[in-house]
Ligand binder design. Structure first.
Ligand SMILES: [Ca+2]
Ligand SMILES: [Ca+2]
Length: 140
C-alpha cells in the first residue's frame, strides 16, 4: 500500500468495508520482573567475640548478620543455623536464634578447661535456589 500522489490523501487510510483488510490494534503490556532466588545470604562481618567464664546458660554472646541481595521475600529471607558438623568445635556449646542470628551460651564455661571455641554458623535463605546444581535447596 502506498500513496500515489505527492501528498497524503487521508481518505485512503480510513477503514472501508469493501474488501479484505488487515485489522490491528496496539496495547501496552507492563512487564514486572520476577525475582529469582539467585543471591546467597552473605555475612556482613566475621567477628571475634568474648564471653566471660562462669556466665549463666543463655547469656547472649553476639549477633551475627547476613544480607541476601535478592529483591523479594522469601528469596531474601535469612535463617541462621549452627553448622551441624563434627568439625564445628563450638556446636554443642552455643545456640543461635533462627531468625535474629543472636548467639547464646548453652553451657557455663570454664576458661581453665578450654580458652576459646571456633563456632561455625550458616546463613540460608528462605526459598529453593535458582542457582544451578542447587538441588532445590535454599542458598547458603
Ligand atoms: Ca537468596
Ligand atoms: Ca534474585
Amino acid at each position: 500500500m502506498s500513496d500515489t500522489g505527492t501528498h497524503t490523501n487521508r481518505k485512503q487510510h480510513e477503514p472501508r468495508n469493501n474488501g479484505a483488510q488487515q485489522l490491528a490494534s496496539e496495547a501496552t503490556v507492563y512487564i514486572q520482573l520476577e525475582d529469582v532466588n539467585d543471591e546467597i545470604p552473605l555475612f556482613t562481618e566475621r567477628e571475634q567475640e568474648t564471653v566471660l567464664e562462669g556466665e549463666p546458660i543463655g547469656t547472649k554472646v553476639t549477633q551475627v548478620n547476613a544480607i541476601d541481595k535478592d529483591g523479594t521475600f522469601p528469596n531474601n529471607q535469612v535463617y541462621y543455623y549452627i553448622v551441624d558438623s563434627p568439625r564445628n568445635e563450638g556446636k554443642d556449646f552455643f545456640e543461635i536464634n533462627l531468625q535474629s542470628g543472636e548467639i547464646f551460651t548453652k553451657v557455663v564455661f570454664d576458661r581453665e578447661k578450654q580458652g576459646a571455641y571456633a563456632l561455625e554458623v550458616e546463613a540460608r535463605d528462605g526459598a529453593p535456589s535458582a542457582r544451578p546444581n542447587s538441588n532445590q535447596q535454599p542458598n547458603s
